[in-house]
Design a protein around this ligand. Structure first.
Ligand SMILES: *[C@@H]1O[C@H](CO)[C@@H](O)[C@H](O)[C@H]1NC(C)=O
Length: 171
C-alpha cells in the first residue's frame, strides 16, 4: 500500500517538474524573440551603455543596450549634475564587482558638480540615474530574485523526488 502511494507521489512530482521545465523554456523563447538576438552565453544580460551623454534621456535614447562581457555581472551608472540638479553627464556601462565598491554621491571640487554612482543587478536594470544618497546605491531587480526562487523551487522538487525514489527502492 505504502509503495503504491509513493509511486503516485513521485509521478505527481515528476509531472510538476516537467511542467515547470516546459514553462521555463517558453519564457526563454519569449525573451529571445523580444530582443531578436540569441543569448551569447548562460546567464547573459544587458545594460544600457553610454559614454558621457548630456542627460539620462539622451543616454537611454541612443544607448544600445549591449550584451555584457562574461566577466561582468552588474550595470553601473555615473551621473554628474550641477547645483540646480541639471544633468551634466551620464555614463552607463557593464561592470565588475570591484567597480561597484564606491557608490554614493559626492561633491567634485574640480567642476563644482555632484557625482552620484549606482550599481544594479538584473537585465537592463540601469534605466534611471542616481540623484541622491537614497538612489545612489546597489540595487537588485525583482525579476532576478523571482527567477532565483523558481530555480530553488525546482531544486527542492528534485531533492524530494530523489529522497522518495530512494525510499521506494529500499527493500
Ligand atoms: C532622491 O531622489 C528621488 C528621485 O529623484 C526623490 O524621489 C527622493 O525624494 C530623493 N530623496 C531625498 C532624500 O532627497
Amino acid at each position: 500500500m505504502l509503495v503504491s502511494q509513493l509511486v503516485v507521489v513521485c509521478v505527481f512530482l515528476i509531472f510538476i517538474l516537467v511542467r515547470s521545465r516546459v514553462f521555463a523554456k517558453n519564457v526563454n523563447h519569449d525573451q529571445v524573440r523580444h530582443s531578436l538576438d540569441p543569448t551569447p552565453f548562460p546567464n547573459s544580460f544587458k545594460c544600457f551603455t553610454c559614454e558621457k551623454a548630456k542627460d539620462n534621456y539622451h543616454c537611454n535614447r541612443w544607448a544600445e543596450d549591449k550584451w555584457c562581457p562574461q566577466h561582468t555581472h552588474f550595470c553601473k551608472t555615473v551621473h554628474h549634475f550641477n547645483s540646480h540638479g541639471k544633468s551634466m553627464s551620464v555614463t552607463k556601462k557593464c561592470a565588475m564587482k570591484e567597480e561597484c565598491h564606491s557608490l554614493g554621491c559626492h561633491h567634485r571640487m574640480d567642476s563644482g558638480h555632484t557625482e552620484c554612482v549606482s550599481c544594479c543587478e538584473g537585465a537592463i536594470c540601469n534605466v534611471e540615474v542616481p540623484t541622491n544618497h537614497t538612489n545612489a546605491i546597489f540595487s537588485v531587480m525583482n525579476s532576478y530574485r523571482k527567477s532565483d526562487a523558481c530555480r530553488s523551487t525546482s531544486y527542492s522538487i528534485i531533492m524530494v523526488s530523489a529522497v522518495l525514489l530512494l525510499l521506494l527502492l529500499k527493500p
